[in-house]
Design a binder for this molecule. Structure first.
Ligand SMILES: [Zn+2]
Length: 332
């Protein structure tokens, strides 16, 4: 399934992500040489419609078209089939960012491919790993880490003051690479925003020129820990227009990365069918009662929290989740 090559295919720097399937045919790992032989690993298009990282990579590589790269780089272009359809993943396909080593997903061809990407890269002792994503709601640009070690936080801090630490969901790229090298997942805003492309491209360039990552904790970061993932039960109809069982608050995206007070309503109940939102902790335990209660047919927050990744995209809410709830991490 995996294609491994040592040069950029003709047309790579210009191709639109929707046409990448014709160019690459399958998920592809590309190794390019550079001044420093220890490679930076970058993955993108693990979600086929999230093209900001791919465009940023093209822009970075164009800059070095006639120059030697400061260090070697290995690029993994993930779900090329989903990219062709401009969707996160095709029906019947697993989510390409839930099937890396450590996954809870059942064994499948795609999971074995991710395993082999990790093994190939492990042998090359990567300098760092970056996985580039977009989200659908209104969020600041931020980096996510799966470890709180200094170099991991430094790498994330190079991208943004805002850093999120998470240990669930399982099977994500950055968690698998965290065992090998400093690793981050970068959320570069919404698809189609030019500043996300420029920011990610600058970040790649900066990281490629680094000799090493400082071995002390960055002092100026806003660090948050994801404590719960919020979903809506499959049999519940929901929306923003007052129909169905639950009506979500139309301004939920404005709560992202804001300290939201207890008693804030995220949704209202339209009938007796829905009993509320579901919240899950890192171990998959139902912790809904810890964070939500029903007051006057409204689903309200039981304690002050900071949400992230709230989106108004009902398809994404169904496929992924409504939001995450976070708490601030105080480091010494
Ligand atoms: Zn993504």
């Amino acid at each position: 399934m995996l294609n491994e090559i040592n040069a950029l295919p003709d047309g790579f720097l210009e191709v639109d992500h929707k046409n990448i399937l014709e160019l690459l045919k399958t998920p592809t790992l590309i190794h390019l040489q550079g001044e420093n032989p220890q490679p930076l690993f970058i993955s993108t298009l693990l979600h086929g419609n999230e093209d900001t990282g791919f465009i940023a990579l093209q822009s970075f590589l164009k800059k070095y078209e006639s120059l030697k790269l400061p260090r070697a780089i290995s690029i993994f272009i993930g779900n090329v089939e989903a990219a062709g359809k401009d969707v996160r993943h095709l029906e019947g396909q697993p989510d390409y960012n839930r099937i890396w080593p450590g996954t809870e997903h059942e064994d499948c061809e795609e999971a074995r491919m991710m395993q082999s990407v990790v093994e190939i890269m492990q042998a090359k002792r990567p300098f760092a790993s970056i996985d580039l994503h977009n989200n659908t709601g209104r969020n600041p640009h931020y980096g996510c880490v799966n470890r709180l070690s200094p170099q991991y936080l430094q790498l994330a801090r190079l991208f943004s003051h805002t850093v999120v630490y998470f240990t669930s969901p399982k099977g994500v790229q950055s968690e698998a690479f965290a065992k090998i090298c400093p690793a981050v997942t970068l959320e570069c805003g919404k698809v189609g925003e030019l500043d996300g492309v420029e920011h990610a491209s600058r970040f790649i360039d900066t990281t490629m020129q680094l000799e090493h990552l400082p071995d002390h904790k960055p002092s100026d970061i806003d660090l948050f820990h994801t404590v719960a993932r919020v979903t809506i039960s499959d049999e519940i109809e929901f929306g923003f227009d007052g129909r169905g069982d639950i009506t979500l608050d139309g301004s939920i995206e404005l709560y992202n990365f804001r300290e939201v007070e207890e008693g804030t309503a995220f949704a209202s109940l339209n009938n007796g069918k829905a009993t509320g939102l579901q919240a899950w902790d890192d171990d998959g335990n139902d912790v809904s009662d810890k964070y939500f209660e029903i007051v006057d047919k409204k689903i309200v927050l039981k304690k002050p929290m900071m949400p992230s990744m709230f989106t108004r995209n009902t398809e994404v809410i169904r496929q992924d989740c409504l939001c995450y709830l976070m708490e601030r991490v105080v480091t010494d």
